[in-house]
Write a protein that binds this ligand. Structure first.
Ligand SMILES: Cc1cc2nc3c(=O)[nH]c(=O)nc-3n(C[C@H](O)[C@H](O)[C@H](O)COP(=O)(O)OP(=O)(O)OC[C@H]3O[C@@H](n4cnc5c(N)ncnc54)[C@H](O)[C@@H]3O)c2cc1C
Length: 477
């Protein structure tokens, strides 16, 4: 990057507000996906006005800008594949105001999910989605991906809590979108459009989230099955009952084995597991829901059903579930767990069929695929175990990914329930959203005519999903 541009950036954010050191640039070229690309500069703004001034420079000079939260995204959304500026939001991390009477909280985008919930808990409220990355991820990243997590089945995704937000457009204009009212039917919902926009339409600098009360009681129920199909059937039967659990997690045998090996057997040794959560205002409500959960699980063929109110036991189960991603990388020596087809959504009743089809695809391409996820809302994750330097294995993995996405689209689902499109899902996103594509392209052109905001992602993706691999595989680095 030219020194005169760096000098102008320094005038805006000061010496401590940016870096061009190679080590920083390299580090900010990753997220938690399989991709990497080194940017030219990392900027850490402190205010909306600073973001606006930087965008004016970037737009004038036609420099790509990629907003970055904690970099925990799993499909390359925050990887700066065209170089340029990484706008890292971690210094904008304050809770600006909590208005309990009006049911909202105003935050800066760099605040961490758990930190926000600590503040909200003091007022008796919470922001429920509960992503597996809760300890690290930021609210700006959650909004930009419409992230969710374990409690989305009952409480919804991030988008359902965004009342309004402030964002900076590509040309530096500061826009306040939405309201601070719980209800709003005032025309186009620009704030909603920003949810899931993955940094391609603007840089979010403030978010107004709706508050909701935290239930006082909860308990968990762990159900073991002889096969993953029965576990999927149990989930569909439960929802149809109707009974919406507070969370509903599915794990297949590979995920269970990986976690038991890595963490000293916190889970029963079985072919499939469902971990349910029941919550409510009183013990009676929770006990009633647990009873329904247990009955449905037994009817669906569960071989063991164990309920618990004990926080230690519950932590052991939920920590085990959250550790799948890391545990899978320790399952087979020489193999790493990677996010290729990592986050599909299917209609809930189709979960059993989807899981069966994933297994068939794994056999067809001779790859190891673990399936787990927030299956209560039809959100299924798969992780592939790959030898990083083995090009043939990556290629088989890419073909399997392609077919898994097709299965989900054909079942009436989506290639991403919560992790976003980024790079990994871009080709199939274009198939899934075919009928919306010309409108999507028109919106992007109108809001970012010079195409500087996270260019080359989503509908702009070209090439193979193995381009820019961060692993030591010569063919695709
Ligand atoms: C172990 C693990 C478990 C996970 N579990 C879940 C889960 O249960 N549910 C789930 O939804 N996800 C999960 N994820 C994925 C990821 O953590 C979340 O989607 C999270 O919301 C990403 O937040 P982030 O701050 O890390 O965003 P980043 O990865 O930094 O960025 C994600 C996208 O948001 C954009 N962005 C970030 N900040 C802004 C901003 N201020 N303005 C505009 N655009 C912005 C970036 O450009 C990028 O496109 C998991 C990841 C890991 C590693």
């Amino acid at each position: 990057m030219e020194q005169r541009i760096i000098d102008s950036i320094e005038k805006i954010v000061g010496k401590e507000g940016y870096s061009t050191k190679q080590a920083d640039l390299y580090t900010y070229g990753f997220d938690a996906s399989i991709f990497h690309y080194t940017p030219d500069i990392v900027i850490q703004p402190r205010t909306t006005e600073q973001v606006s001034e930087i965008m004016k420079i970037a737009n004038r000079e036609k420099i790509p800008v990629v907003a970055r939260g904690a970099g925990t995204g799993l499909c390359g959304s925050a990887v700066p594949i065209k170089g340029g500026i990484v706008m890292a939001m971690q210094r904008m991390n304050k809770v600006k105001e909590v208005s309990v009477a009006d049911l909202w909280v105003d935050v800066e985008p760099g605040i961490n999910y758990n930190d926000l919930n600590e503040v909200l808990a003091k007022h008796g409220f919470f922001f429920p989605p509960a992503p597996g990355s809760a300890e690290a991820c930021q609210i700006g990243g959650m909004v930009a991906l419409n992230a969710s997590g374990m409690r989305a089945v009952k409480y919804g995704a991030t988008r359902d809590y965004v009342l309004g937000l402030t964002f900076v457009k590509a040309d530096g204009e500061i826009v306040r979108a939405g309201t601070r009212t719980v209800k709003d039917s005032s025309g186009y919902q620009l704030a909603r459009l920003m949810c899931g926009s993955e940094g391609t339409l603007g840089i979010i600098t403030e978010v107004t989230l709706k508050l909701t009360t935290k239930p006082k009681k909860s308990a968990y129920c762990l159900c073991a099955f002889n096969n993953v199909h029965d576990a999927g059937t149990c989930i569909a039967a439960l929802i149809a009952k109707p009974m919406i659990p507070a969370s509903c997690e599915l794990m297949d045998s590979i995920s269970i084995r990986a976690v038991n090996k890595a963490r000293g057997n916190p889970l029963p040794d079985c072919e499939a597991l469902c971990i349910f959560e029941a919550d409510g205002e009183t013990d009676e409500i929770v006990a009633r829901d647990l009873k329904i959960l247990e009955e449905v699980a037994r009817e669906a063929g569960a071989i063991s059903v164990t309920s618990s109110y004990d926080p230690k036991q519950i932590d052991a189960w939920t920590d085990a579930r959250k550790s799948i991603l890391a545990a899978l990388s320790a399952l087979m020596p020489g193999f790493v767990s990677v996010s290729l087809a990592d986050d599909m959504g299917v209609p809930i009743s189709k979960v059993p069929e989807a899981v069966k089809r994933f297994q068939e695809i794994a056999e067809k391409y001779d790859v190891t695929i673990a399936t787990y996820g927030h299956a209560g809302d039809g959100n299924l994750h798969t992780k592939m175990l790959v030898q990083p330097e083995n090009a043939d294995m990556w290629e088989r993995g890419a073909k399997a990914t392609d077919e898994i996405f097709d299965v989900c689209i054909d079942l009436g689902g989506t290639v991403t329930g919560e992790h976003g499109v980024g790079i990994a899902k871009a080709p199939k996103y274009m198939r899934e959203r075919e009928s919306e594509l010309s409108s999507i392209i028109a919106i992007k052109k109108a809001m970012d005519p010079n195409n500087i905001l996270n260019p080359g992602k989503l509908e702009q993706w070209e090439g193979s999903i193995l381009t820019n691999l961060r692993y030591p595989c010569e063919e695709y680095m």
